[in-house]
Structure formats: C-alpha cells, structure tokens
Design a protein around this ligand. Structure first.
Ligand code: UGA
Length: 446
C-alpha cells in the first residue's frame, strides 16, 4: 500500500510548499515546527511569508493539513517524514546542520519512520546521518535524500511541474516508497545513492550561478565593445546544448540559496583537497557585478556624493518578500558609501524592515520614489517598474536617468519616455535589440 500520510518537519518555504503540493494530491499531511507562534498562525490560515499561490493551495487543502509542535503526534500519525528545516551558513562557510541533527535525535524510540531529507545538506551528510543512526542502534530507520529544486516566487509551479525528481538511498524499498508519493508521469525520476543525490543539488545550484556570472561578464564586455547582450544571450540560447534559461544579465544573483550553497560546496571540496576554480570565479564575478551600477551612475552624474538616487527593488527577486542576501540591499550599501542620498521603493519590502539597511527615505509609491531624484536604479525585476514608462513620470526627476540593473525595461520605450537609459550590456543597442526578428529568421531558416 502506498503511503497516504506524510510528515513535514519545518514550516519554511520548502516545508510548506511540499506540504501544499502533497496535500493538493489528496495526501494527509502533518506539519511540525518548534515555533508555537508559527504553528498557531498557520492553524489560523496565516502564512509566515508571501509566496504566490501558496496560501490558496493550502486553503484549498484545509482539513488535510494538520499543524503541530508535538513530535509524538507527528510520528504517531505518519510513517514518512520529510525533513525541511533550514541549514544556514556557519562562520566558516560550511552549512550549520544543528537543526537537522536535532530532528534526527528527536525521533521517538518507538517510531521507525522513513526519513526523507529535503533540506539542502552538504554532500556527505546523508552518510554521516546513516552512521549516526547505526550508532544509535536505529537501523530500523531508512534514510533517503530527495533534494528540492523549487525557486522562491514560483515555488508552487516548480513543485507541481518539476524537471526531475531525485531520490537517493541505499534501500530499494525505501526509494520506491518515496517515488510512489510523486506523480511519476510528471518528470523523470533519478534513482541513485545518497551522496550523488546530494551532489546533484549542489552542482545544479553552482552551475546555475555560473551561468549567471558568465552572462554578466559577457554583458560587461558587450558594454565595452558595443554589442547587445539581449541578442547575444538569445543567439547563444538557441543552441540546445546551451539553452535559453538563466542567461538574463544583470547586477548579479542574490537570495538565500546560491551564495550559501556555493560556499558549502567549496567547503566540501576544500575538506577533500579538491579545487573548484570555476565556482570560485563565479563567486568573484558576482561580488563585483553590483559595482557596475555605481560606475554607470558616476559616468553620467560625475560624482554620487550628495546625489539623490531612487533605489527600486529590495527583495532578492520579484514575487517574494525575501530580502536575504539581496543585491538591492548590497547596492544600498554601495550607494550610501559613495555619498548618495537614497530613496527606496519596493512593492512588498519596506527598507525599515531590513536589518542593517543604510539610512534612506522610504517611498510609498514609485512616483514618490523617483520624484526630484538625479537617477533611478532598478535592482529587482518587479513588473510594476514598467510604470516608469508612464507619460510625464520622467519629467518629475531632476535628471531623468535610469540604470536598469535587471534589463527590465525596453530601451527604446525608456528613451521614448524621456529617460537617459542604461541597462547591463545594452550600451551598444540604444534602439533595443532584434531578438524577435532574429529568432524568427533563424526558425524560418531551420
Ligand atoms: C535557486 C534555484 O534556482 C532553485 O532551483 C533552488 O531550489 C533554490 O535556489 C534553492 O536551492 O533553494 P532561488 O534562489 O529561489 O532558487 O531563485 P532563482 O530564481 O534561482 O534566482 C536567484 C538569483 O539569480 C536572483 O537574484 C535572480 O535575480 C538571479 N538571476 C536568475 C539572474 O540574475 N539571472 C538569471 O538569468 C536568473
């Protein structure tokens, strides 16, 4: 009989989205968290963060999802338990696994759950957990690595339409029990060992980050030689060996995953005496990329000292309230250090809610943010910033200058709206790019 009752430990992004996805397929879910306030608000239908479609999906599954702080209840009611607790970075770049360890040690003596690790844990962790279980004389507990690939902002779509499902384990029965929980017709299932499953997760994130840093450096070169990055990326992406995704140039990647996971991967490599030169270069390129905005502003304004700059975007990407490791926040620091006076506007994140944010004026609207400024910087690709193109908005700025750090706006439309416009890697194409005609021509020729 396939399992119908699933336990989820940890009610962060991964835990709640996993719960919502399984619940929407009719499975019974028990979500556990150590935070009583969080569990109380989840019971009241209030989510601890914003994620598109998550509240609706959980609300539709009301009655099939139970929230508790009680371990015994969790293990009494479920036989498969997904570990979804966070693994924050430690001081030395390695992942802090204390929460994972606490979860394993808290499994009651009388319970023999199938433990499925969804948290991103460093390569080698599964083996250590299996050794810990053996030491505790708990060979009755099977362990599976089942990494998650969802993105914030599109998490529900990502888990309901995955590219692949990775299941790593030593016990074939346990692997098949986990496989049976997924709609296997939706995506290929990679059945493998625990360590390879862990590596797939880290290598995927490191590769995606590398794609971003690569295209960002090519964009910088496009600026220098007068090429257009949009057409260059589209032209590259048509090669099926390269693919079109994650070639969107900008001011770098942020968020809680890429930087943390890359550091943890490097820590693993270093502890095994292996060098990851490409991954190191990816990090270095990303660390420099936000500085492009400062260079571009200075090229137009001469000095930033005393300049009034609108910073548009504090979340690390659109459709999330998450500002952890956000490039927008990093940029606020750089701008403040250069002497700029900041006016910040983000549709969902208020600067006063961000710890360590430099002093700035918080604007209530986009129009308020840019009014009287010497330049506006787009740091997050919020679609709302297309409103910058509304007639007369540019005239409210002291200097109608936009530095588009996410290549969000159409350069031609921005120029027509009265702005001096610069994207990243678009300097050579003031009239925009010709992706549509180019791809049409290529498709016709194919
Ligand atoms: C990332 C991965 O994409 C997920 O597959 C993975 O599950 C997740 O990390 C994780 O390990 O938990 P996430 O950090 O939520 O997901 O967001 P992404 O959409 O990957 O964006 C990360 C950053 O890269 C953002 O700052 C975004 O603006 C930037 N980015 C993304 C670019 O600059 N260019 C691109 O072409 C794509």
């Amino acid at each position: 009989m396939p399992d119908r009752k699933i336990g989820i430990v940890g009610t962060g992004y991964v835990g709640l989205v996993t719960a919502a996805a399984f619940a929407s397929r009719g499975l019974q879910i028990v979500c556990h968290d150590i935070d009583p306030a969080r569990i109380a608000s989840l019971r009241a239908g209030v989510l601890p963060f914003f994620e598109p479609a998550l509240a609706e999906t959980l609300a539709a599954a009301r009655g099939t999802v139970d929230y508790t702080t009680d371990h015994e209840r969790l293990y009494r009611r479920t036989g498969v338990v997904f570990v979804c607790v966070d693994t924050p970075p430690s001081g030395d770049g390695s992942a802090d696994l204390s929460r994972v360890g606490t979860v394993i040690e808290a499994i009651p003596r009388w319970a023999s759950p199938l433990v499925v690790m969804k948290s991103t844990v460093p390569v080698g962790t599964g083996r250590r957990i299996e050794a810990l279980l053996a030491n505790l004389d708990r060979a009755d507990i099977a362990y599976i690595s089942n990494p998650e690939f969802l993105r914030e902002g599109s998490a529900i779509a990502d888990v309901t339409h995955p590219d692949r499902i990775v299941i790593g384990g030593t016990d074939p029965t346990a692997i098949e029990r986990v496989a049976a929980l997924y709609e296997t017709e939706l995506a290929p299932i990679v059945r493998t060992d625990v360590t390879s499953a862990e590596m797939i997760k880290y290598a995927s994130n490191a590769f995606l980050a590398t794609k971003i840093s690569f295209i960002n450096e090519i964009a910088n070169l496009c600026d220098a030689v007068g090429a257009g990055i949009d057409t260059v990326a589209a032209g590259m992406g048509l090669d099926h060996r390269i693919g079109p995704n994650f070639l969107h140039a900008g001011i770098g990647y942020g968020g809680s995953c890429f930087a943390k996971d890359i550091s943890a991967l490097q820590h693993t490599a270093a502890s095994h005496g292996t060098a990851l030169h490409v991954v190191t270069a990816t990090q270095q390129a990303n660390a420099h990329q936000a500085g492009r905005v400062i260079e571009k502003l200075a090229a137009h304004l001469g000095t930033l000292d005393g300049a009034r700059i609108a910073l548009l975007g504090l979340s690390f990407k659109a459709d999330t309230t998450d500002a952890r490791n956000s490039v927008g926040v990093h940029l606020a620091d750089l701008l403040a250090q250069a002497g700029a006076r900041l006016v910040c506007y983000d549709p969902l994140v208020r600067p006063e809610d961000i710890a360590g944010m430099p002093s700035c004026t918080s604007a209530a609207t986009l129009a308020d943010a840019i009014f009287g400024t010497d330049g506006a910087v787009i740091a997050t690709e919020w679609p709302q910033y297309h409103d910058l193109l509304a007639p007369a908005l540019s005239a409210s700025m002291r200097t109608p200058l936009i530095i588009d750090g996410r290549n969000l706006l159409d350069p031609t439309a921005a120029a027509a709206a009265g702005y001096t416009y610069e994207g990243i890697g678009r300097s050579g194409t003031p009239a925009g790019n010709r992706i549509v005609e180019s791809t049409g021509w290529l498709r016709a020729a194919a």
